[in-house]
Ligand binder design. Sequence first.
Ligand code: SER
Length: 316
Amino acid sequence: MDIDTEKILVIGAGGQIGGELTLALRKKFGGAQVLASDLREESPLIKGTGPFTTLDALNKEAMHQIVKEHGITQIYHLAAVLSAVGEKQPLMAWNINMTALLNVLEIAKEEHLKRVYWPSSIAVFGPSSPKDNCPQQTIVEPTTVYGISKYAGESWCNYYFEKYGVDVRSIRYPGIISYKAAPGGGTTDYAIDIFHSALKTGTYTSFLKQDTYLPMMYMEDAIRATLELMDAPLENIKTHRSYNLGAISFSPNEIAAEIKKHLPEFTIEYQPDFRQAIADSWPASIDDSEARKDWGWEPEFDLAKMTADMLKNVKP
Ligand code: SER
């Protein structure tokens, strides 16, 4: 990848992952080379680090205009409605998630963009998928609208690669834990809320049951994985659907015990809500051997390391 000639558009740069990804891309390619965009106004996290434009990802003409005007060569498309919000407004979630992705893919085709990044999720898996060490290729029958949209999106990505040669790459992110920007309506977000609550009040009420295991990952690992995937030579990329990506698997009970090692007075209660059913439909852990084999993926953060770093950095 010729760093000097790349011009990158990040869509959804105001989100939990989009913000940190923008910063990482700017560090790598230079601030001016990475145009951040979001429907909302520029977030404090990325302000002053490079150019920003307002963009509604549902507006294809506006997106196309920006791509042409700025000579964009790659798009990182992060804007999406996540699982918990999606279950409240299914058709809205479907419309946003699919329309925005198809706009990106169409423009990538028309403008012959070099590369596209689009995240999928562990939410593609449903109750009929294996619970433990869920493989990349297995029974995939999602039961949330978020999962349905991500699974359909994976097939569209592959379609644009096969039919039009669009080099689109994707990772099925697990729950991403971070402290720099607030998460946006996911089921795995309890594992972020718990830190804020622990530091602020010393107690947390979990909306998932104590023994609900979910695949999780620290943001630093997720960003590194994304850059590594996008850096890999094309011949190493064996799927243009999406790669399983694993790191940690823990339950509310386990993360609470880890927090207690630092804050012995911390207490946790359980009041499961509608998000329990979403979590129950997903695997507890992920087999990411394909990503390890194809482009050398290896996580760095385990539960202990992540917890220590979160407690050091979360501002209650
Ligand atoms: N973190 C996401 C969610 O809970 C899963 O990809 O919706």
